[in-house]
Design a protein around this ligand. Structure first.
Ligand SMILES: [Cu+2]
Length: 186
């Protein structure tokens, strides 16, 4: 009973933290649009990460078509990587997750019209991109590891972002500013 009451209290805190304000959102959207330009980079790992960021931004605006296109691009970007060209830390992680990255890219690419399923793959993909981004520590690109407490019936979900502002790829326009920064990378 005590635990039950505690979880209600926690849920209430999350709910109030995530209440969307339509007026505020418009101002935020404009500010975010100006800041969302993704850094260009020559590193093959960065190409994968930047494609992931495009996918994340598509999901944050509920754009399943753009998400599908980014998913396909991500798969292609992963296929282009030669593991031997990476540094040892990167290539170890890459070899472990390459097949999963391609699978998630493929499923997201094939599921325009089913954004719920795209987001399921995105949640798993985000964990792998997090590990890859950590192994890519010298890229110089500032990234944020964000957390949404509400996704998937409050099991929560994480994602990587290039902006300090929260743009929630799981809840989209409904509650785009819901979430918090867990960790800053690079
Ligand atoms: Cu699938």
């Amino acid at each position: 009973m005590k635990n039950f009451l505690l979880s209600i209290a926690i849920a209430t805190i999350f709910l109030s933290a995530c209440t969307s304000n339509p007026n505020q959102k418009t101002v935020q959207d404009t500010a975010l649009a100006k800041k969302s330009a993704v850094h260009a980079s020559s590193s093959p790992i960065n190409e994968v990460i930047n494609t992931y960021l495009q996918l994340k931004n598509a999901l944050a605006t509920d754009n399943d078509q753009a998400a599908a296109a980014a998913g396909q691009t991500l798969k292609t970007a992963v296929e282009k990587i030669t593991p031997s060209a990476l540094n040892p830390a990167q290539s170890k992680i890459f070899n472990e997750i390459a097949d999963d990255l391609k699978e998630h890219g493929e499923h997201i690419g094939a599921n325009a019209g089913n954004i719920k399923h795209q987001r399921e793959h995105f949640e798993m993909l985000s964990q792998e991109i997090y590990e890859l981004a950590k192994a890519d520590g010298k890229s110089g690109q500032k990234l944020y590891y964000d957390h949404c407490p509400m996704y998937n019936n409050k099991k929560g979900g994480n994602w990587i972002s290039e902006t300090k502002e929260i743009k929630n790829p799981y809840l989209g326009k409904e509650m785009v500013s819901c979430g918090s920064i867990k960790e800053e990378l690079n």
